[in-house]
Design a protein around this ligand. Sequence first.
Ligand code: SF4
Length: 205
Amino acid sequence: MVYCQGCPWACCYCHNPQLQPNAAAVGVAWSEVLELLARRRGLLDAVVFSGGEPTAQPGLAAAMREARALGYRIGLHSAGIYPRRFAEVLPLVDWVGFDAKAPFDAAYERITGVRGSGVAALKSAHALLASGVDCEFRTTWHAGFLSLMELDRLTRTLAELGVRRYALQEFRASGGVAFRPEGAPVAADLDVLKRRFAKFSLRPA
Ligand code: SF4
């Protein structure tokens, strides 16, 4: 896993807030990562670019090409923040884990703190589904920041867009972030969600 520094959003539940600033106090140069990958050829199968938001990196496509040239398969974790760069790297990836945070309207902005974030994410989601790249859409969920009605709306939209694999990740508190504990989906809610996707996973906190 390669954790990329920098993310322009400020999600209320972010687990890696130290990766949000563009510059890091400490970090590893891509050239060093590449040397490590060259040494580990045959021992590792894939490189997953995560973050932060990997598509914030102007050098992402070049880095992916270099890793591919060493024989690695490429994975990408993204919230689809930069639709143009996201679309540019899709031909270079084998798998995408796409973070779908909320219905793609004002609810998105409530989570990310950024106006227009839902529009950007939806554009990237369209590009991903049109590309045919293997992918999983996932949502970090807690009733304290996303109501069951909103979750229902989001998953209905995703199913209509053609998402086949979906994971609901229960929010795991850390770093002083706290939400009200009540409101977990009951079995009936989960059954409704499950029926919307060919593959559904619940990842407990
Ligand atoms: S998009 Fe991801 S990295 Fe960026 S603030 Fe949100 S949770 Fe954190």
